[in-house]
Ligand binder design. Structure first.
Ligand code: NI
Length: 180
């Protein structure tokens, strides 16, 4: 297994629309294993393939405290959503350090395929419902900050780009051996 690079907002690749998973093979299993390691290490409760620059309809979620109940959703589809909405403070591994309220369906029913291609259904509420909708947005090329006001979004963009430059500078200095 290996840790994958997580794209950071506002990387334009986060806005690519994912295509369906068609091959339920060893490559897919390895991708899920690598994504799981990446998510747990971050740490996070959900990760979409789009965030590691693989633009296929795949996401993984584990909202348990014990971190031992990973579920991989291939080609997920929301087949029912409650009229009732809830606002939850969301974060995202592609937008580190930023949390803000997003309104979503309080309960959803999702149909997806597992890594072997078998169909399954999940009825979710609470954090799991939030997570499924958040990760499915990634597959459509949408990052949660797009629900916020343009003003907030621009502030976040500026903050992220500033941090990005800081990270690049650190890496350059390290490469030059000027840091001890
Ligand atoms: Ni996210």
């Amino acid at each position: 297994m290996s840790i994958l690079n997580i794209l950071r907002y506002p990387d334009p690749r986060l806005h690519k629309v994912a295509v369906p998973v068609t091959a339920f093979d060893a490559r897919l299993e390895k991708l899920v294993a690598d994504m799981a390691e990446t998510m747990y290490e971050a740490p996070g409760v959900g990760l979409a393939a789009s965030q590691v620059d693989v633009h296929e309809q795949l996401l993984i979620i584990d909202v348990t405290e014990t971190k031992d109940a990973l579920v991989a959703y291939c080609n997920p589809e929301i087949i029912w959503a409650s009229d009732e909405m809830q606002v939850y403070d969301e974060g995202c591994l592609s937008v580190p350090g930023v949390y803000d309220g997003v309104e979503r369906h309080a309960r959803v029913k999702v149909r997806a395929q597992d890594v072997k291609g078998a169909f399954f259904e999940v009825e979710a509420d609470g954090l799991l419902a939030v997570c499924i909708q958040h990760e499915m947005d990634h597959l459509k090329g949408k990052v949660f900050v797009e629900y916020l006001s343009p003003l907030k979004r621009n502030r976040i963009k500026t903050k992220m780009l500033k941090e990005e430059r800081g990270i690049e500078r650190e890496a350059m200095l390290r490469a030059q051996g000027r840091r001890h």
